[in-house]
Every structure is written in structure tokens, then in C-alpha cells.
Design a protein around this ligand. Structure first.
Ligand code: ADP
Length: 484
């Protein structure tokens, strides 16, 4: 296959800046595409604080780009970082991107996010015009890059470096569409005629994701089940009929994982390395974690774990409903997460009541996340909807057997032990009710008490191929058909 010049535009990517699964995907899929022989450049904002904290070295490209936005010319400078042979181009504009959070303060959103990302989209296209070779594919991710397909087809259609590029738009989470009041329109420096029902307009509001869906050549989402679900009123977040109009260009490609980075054999953040069939190390990780978190040490008790954004999507209410019963039964629970302050307050209170049984860390902490993936027995992910989910993939890789709601990518990646005893890699339940979740967790705990059976389930989960290999080939194929 002819080698392609692919540009990823994204609002976050590992290892430079991360709030969730989008960063994992944007930082790891390019490596898999590169292994297939393609050139991939990632363009993202230069979040000075977070990138500095990542320890990745950057250098100035000594290029600046001027964009008319919000009634004036605003400058962006371009920087570059190289990570394992992959090139990142970073858009520096400190007023926009040198802040406490990527998208907002804890639990909130910056009021000028529309300006921040429209500016990013426009600079990203200008930066792509400066690349040495013409771009074949723009791969855009989520609403923060939704304007790129539209601008590419309109204002940039005569730019020689990018005019022939095809544009893929990946929906990582339809619940975040980038919706803003129309009063922002005149501040964006964009033609007013973009604001119509077939494109940027949504019940009188601005909708960035809609612009991406309308103007791109192919839409993908991150699992096949989610690709079907988003065409229904239950999961379609009010744009299901608009999406259905574009369903001929929609498909689902399940996310992979950076299996080098997430590897219990080599992970330097965990107490002892381990592998399927050699699980003593995992037992040591559990003991070490429990001691560190001052939980009562008892080999006969399962350690339940959660690592999640604390938002309604993730079924945190179901967890809260079940916690008192679990603690009564003597289970141990570790929760790592941040998000809705009300959820954080409730988890803090519950953990304070039974510190020997439950630990809650409010915040984002990758090192602790790794220790929890490695030390946990059972990983809980009762999502109300889940486009793909990477946490359950990581948990399986670390032999932390997941209990998940059978929705979206969770349904596509976790094989239910209850219905497939020979193949099961976890436990699934159907209804988003505390009763259904509780009984799935109880069944998992019952199964955990049978060590030989449990070891087989954990072994299968750890051996599951969650690498990018198969999905990168699917993307490659799709890029090619988009270009034909
Ligand atoms: P989403 O992108 O919806 O948040 P995913 O399951 O796709 O959910 O990806 C979540 C990613 O973020 C995983 O890599 C997970 O380990 C990580 N993560 C989530 N919350 C935290 C946290 N509080 N601290 C560290 N890592 C976290």
C-alpha cells in the first residue's frame, strides 16, 4: 500500500497531556500507523504547565502564525517534540493554553473554550500547510477539532499542501459536542454562512461536533457497538437523526492499547512485575498497595478497584448505592478519580467512615493508577454508556478482572464469564440498576473465591490481544478507501 502522510489533530495526547482515553488513543495509534510505514504528525495545543510536568523536551520551530479572532490578530508560535520517533507540533498561545487544566478547573469548563479550540483548529491547518510533504489524511478527534473538516473543505480547499487531503473525524464521546451560544459567532472570525442547520447550527446554538460530522469524508467511533448505539435516541445525545443522515460514512473501530506502556511485566511503577502464569508478583502488588493505603491486610478479601472520571456517564451513582453493602460484606475498595464535586464529597465521606476498608483519592495520578491496576482483584466499570473504554483494557492486561455494564466498547471487549465459561475475561451485566450491578459484583467475588477458576479468567484477560495491530490495519484501510 502506498505510504501516507497523516496528520492527527487532537486536544490531548500521551505522554504530553492527558485527561482521559482520547490522550491514550492519540498518543498510541500513530505509533501503530508508523509501524505500518506511514508518516504521522500530531498537532496539539502547547499546554505549557502539563507538558512541562511530563518532562518531554520541546524546541521552538521559530515559526509564528497570526489568526484574526475575537476582533484582533492573535499570534501562535510553533514548537516541536519528538517522542519515540513520533513528531508532535505544538501550538503555543499562552493566554489560551497555559492554564491549570486542559479544559477547565477541576469539575468545570473554561468559558472561552470555543475560542481556544477554534483558534487551535485554524492554526493547525496553517501549520499543516508548512509541512514538507502534502497531507493525505487529516485525522481529527472530538469536538475540539470539529471545525477542521469544515475549514478544509471551504477556506483551505485551494492550499496546495492540504487541498487533496481526506478528512476522518473520530467521535470518542458523543456526549461532549462543543455546544455554545450563538453570541460567540461574531468573535470566531468565521463566515456567518457556516451557521446553518446542515452544519454548525443546532437548535439555535453552535455545535462544533456537528460541523465535523457534516464536513468530513469518514466518521468513525471507537467501537462497533457504540457506532450502532449512537444512531438511537437512547445514546444519540439529540443528534441521532443528523448522524443517521450521515450513517453511510460512519463505522466503528475498536480502540487498542499501547501494550508496551501498559505492561505488568515491565511497569516500573508497580511493586513487583508479573505475567500470566507467574502471578506471585501480583499478590505482592496487592499487599503493597493495601499497606500503602492503610487498608486492612487480608488475603481472603477481594480488593475492588475503580479508576475513573467521576461523572454520571461512568455510573458513579450505582457505585455509591452499592458501597455500604459491600463494606458490610467486608469487601475492600479503592477509588481513584476526579470530577463532579458532589460525587467526590460522597466518596470522601464513605472512605472516612471505614478507612480500614475503603480508600478514595480525589485527583488524577498516573503512578497510583498503575499501582491500583496491578494491586486490584476486580475492576469496576458500570458505565451508563461507554464509547470504548480503555480502563477495562488496561485492567484486563494487569489481571484485574473487570465487571462492566454491557454497553458500547465494554460489550465489545469484555467476554462475560457467566455466559461463556471457556472464554470469559470478565463479568458483564445489562441493566443500569444497583441491583444488577450488585449481583454481578457478588458473582465476581464468589468466583474470585475459587482460585483455580479465577486464575484461568485472569490469565485469559491478561493474554487478550488489546494491541493496536488489528485496529491500525482497519484505519489504514479506511484512510485508503476515503482517498480513492
Ligand atoms: P474516558 O476517556 O471516558 O475518561 P477511558 O476508560 O477511555 O475513559 O480512559 C480513561 C483513561 O484515563 C485511562 O487511561 C485511565 O487509566 C485514566 N484515568 C482516568 N482517571 C484517572 C485518574 N484519576 N488518575 C489517573 N488516570 C486516570
Amino acid at each position: 500500500m502506498a505510504k501516507m502522510n497523516i496528520v492527527f489533530t487532537t486536544s490531548e495526547a500521551t505522554p504530553l497531556a492527558k485527561t482521559g482515553g482520547l490522550a491514550d488513543v492519540a498518543g498510541s495509534l500513530p505509533h501503530a500507523l508508523k509501524r505500518l510505514g506511514h508518516t504521522v504528525t500530531i498537532i496539539m495545543p502547547y499546554y505549557r504547565k502539563q507538558i512541562r510536568a511530563s518532562g518531554i523536551k520541546t524546541r521552538s520551530l521559530k515559526r509564528s502564525i497570526s489568526i484574526w479572532i475575537d476582533g484582533r490578530d492573535r499570534q501562535a508560535s510553533l514548537h516541536e517534540a519528538r517522542v519515540n520517533g513520533l513528531r508532535f507540533i505544538l501550538v503555543e498561545q499562552d493566554d489560551f493554553y497555559h492554564r491549570e487544566g486542559l479544559y477547565g478547573p477541576a469539575g468545570g469548563a473554561y468559558s472561552d473554550n470555543l475560542l481556544r479550540y477554534v483558534f487551535f483548529n485554524r492554526v493547525a491547518l496553517e501549520a499543516a500547510c508548512l509541512l514538507k510533504h502534502p497531507v493525505d489524511i487529516f485525522h481529527c478527534h472530538d469536538w475540539q477539532t470539529g471545525l477542521i473538516p469544515l475549514l478544509l473543505k471551504t477556506q483551505y480547499r485551494h492550499q496546495p499542501r492540504i487541498a487533496r487531503a481526506r478528512c476522518i473525524f473520530t467521535i470518542h464521546n458523543l456526549a461532549y459536542q462543543g455546544i455554545f451560544p450563538p453570541s460567540w459567532l461574531h468573535r470566531l472570525g468565521l463566515p456567518a454562512d457556516y451557521f446553518h442547520i446542515g452544519c454548525f447550527e443546532f437548535y439555535g446554538q453552535i455545535n462544533c461536533m456537528k460541523a465535523g460530522i457534516a464536513a468530513c469524508d469518514r466518521i468513525t467511533t471507537v467501537s462497533q457497538t457504540y457506532a450502532r448505539e449512537i444512531l438511537t435516541s437512547e445514546y444519540g445525545c439529540h443528534i441521532e437523526s443528523f448522524l443517521s443522515d450521515h450513517a453511510n460514512k460512519l463505522s466503528g473501530i475498536v480502540n487498542g492499547l499501547d501494550v508496551e506502556n501498559w505492561n505488568p511485566r515491565t511497569d516500573t511503577s508497580i511493586a513487583t512485575n508479573y505475567a500470566p502464569g507467574k502471578m506471585q508478583g501480583k499478590r505482592h502488588c496487592k499487599v503493597t498497595l493495601q499497606r500503602k493505603l492503610k487498608l486492612a491486610d487480608d488475603a481472603k478479601t477481594p480488593l475492588l478497584t475503580i479508576i475513573s472520571r467521576l461523572v454520571e456517564q461512568k455510573g458513579v451513582d450505582l457505585v455509591l448505592d452499592c458501597i455500604p453493602g459491600w463494606l458490610e460484606k467486608g469487601y475492600r475498595l479503592v477509588v481513584l478519580g476526579s470530577g463532579d464535586p458532589a460525587y467526590e464529597a460522597m466518596l470522601t465521606r464513605l472512605a472516612k467512615e471505614r478507612p480500614e476498608q475503603m480508600y478514595f483519592y480525589a485527583g488524577f495520578n498516573e503512578g497510583l493508577a498503575r499501582e491500583i491496576y496491578a494491586g486490584g482483584d476486580i475492576f469496576l466499570m458500570p458505565s451508563r454508556f461507554e464509547p470504548c473504554g480503555l480502563s477495562q483494557l488496561i485492567a484486563m492486561r494487569y489481571g484485574n478482572v473487570p465487571v462492566v455494564r454491557a454497553t458500547g466498547g465494554l460489550a465489545d471487549t469484555v467476554a462475560n464469564y457467566a455466559s461463556a465459561k471457556q472464554y470469559g475475561t470478565g463479568f458483564t451485566f445489562a441493566c443500569a440498576t444497583p441491583a444488577a450491578f450488585r449481583s454481578a459484583v457478588d458473582f465476581a467475588v464468589e468466583t474470585w473465591r475459587k482460585p483455580a477458576v479465577w486464575q484461568r479468567i485472569a490469565g485469559r484477560a491478561m493474554r487478550r490481544d488489546s494491541s493496536w495491530d488489528a485496529s491500525a490495519l482497519e484505519y489504514e484501510d479506511m484512510y485508503k478507501t476515503a482517498a480513492d
